[in-house]
Design a protein around this ligand. Sequence first.
Ligand code: UD1
Length: 422
Amino acid sequence: MKQIKINGGRPLSGEIHIGGAKNSAVALIPAALLADGISVISNVPNITDRDALFDIIKSLGVNVTMEGSVVTIDSTHMENLEISEKLSNRLRASYYFMGVLLAKYKHVEIYFPGGCNIGERPIDLHLKGFEALGAHIDYNQDTHKYIISAENLTGSRVNLDFASVGATINIMFAATMANGTTIIENAAKETEIINIADFLNAMGAKITGAGTSTITIEGVDKLTSADIRVIPDRIEAGTYLLMGALLGDDLIVCGVNPDHITAVLNKLKDMGIKFSINGDRIKISKCDNLNPINITTLVYPGFPTDLGQPMSVLLTQANGTSLFEETIWENRMQHVEYLNKMGAGITLKDNTHAIINGPTKLKGSQINATDLRGGAALVMAGLIAEGETTISNIEYILRGYENIIRKLKNVGADIKIIKTEE
Ligand code: UD1
């Protein structure tokens, strides 16, 4: 069993380089399969979700090679096979093979996706979108297997009940080669969606409106291979900025697109934290007198749900009471138990509302990562705590934060991975 061990209280200074966005990369890799041929995706983050996707595409006869962060995907000899339950379960983003294989072969066999347990995570909006295009969905309740097929896909108007990131991208995939025009209304506006649409358009798709709430996809006959660069990970950048607000001594977070994290930077300002932006570099230092604030997670461009948990750690150090409301997922407060074990004063009103009383000194403790972003929050807590913190279930963290140990060590943290016998 692997654990993360941290000796808290070390200042962080120097440069941290942000990798490619996890949530873009996990859609761009499946997207490459829409064409037959060789696509090159650069700036792919070194995370275990990437490896899970590689295993899935290899199981379909696709060849993948990697040099640093540049991934070459050759789908020339691809076959449309069932994606096994084990592979489907490895990550949430396995659902993107639904849209991709449906577009390309009009037939998909796959199982319910995996991913962190941060809520119920239904995929009904994805499926409704496929149905609107003419697909038939066959779901086996016992085996959790989906067979999605269509004689023909026909462009349609799809109004999403909720601006779901995954459903928007998946319906975009399915519509790329449909007959006629598809219009997605109440589409998600996350920056990653623009990155995916740029890739699809480079492949020959005709998509306009990505990044707005109405996306129009004019179906084309065929897509051809293309190249794309993954945009910087705004959640990784935000996580390190929050760490910088607690421990930074001129910590520089490099390779960020500051426009993608406006909501986070505004909250840091409200708390009295000083930072300076120079192109794609943000310099931040620790602030000893933090104002309490209220956070409500929202769809983009609101405060991202994926930074709510890390933010809650910063709020334990503010002078007074802060409120943290999670509006996207029903189960994003699991880390609170561990923060309180370390000495935080957080009261849960219910599963989505926390009252955070600060400032509280945190003490090193033995804790468990419960999900990806909750895990990152616990790393933050360990970094500011007095003494030694040991975090278990770190697979969650490695799923989405590339080289987190090395990146933090390089800027002065006392952090390492240890292997223990179970
Ligand atoms: C993506 C991100 C995840 C982030 C989330 C919200 C990836 C791989 N993951 O997840 O990090 O937290 O966006 O920014 O990109 N919903 C339904 N039915 C559906 C789909 C979603 O009810 O068919 C609900 C969900 O239960 C949730 C909300 O919509 O309450 C948001 O989900 P969605 O935007 O789809 O999140 P993901 O794409 O899964």
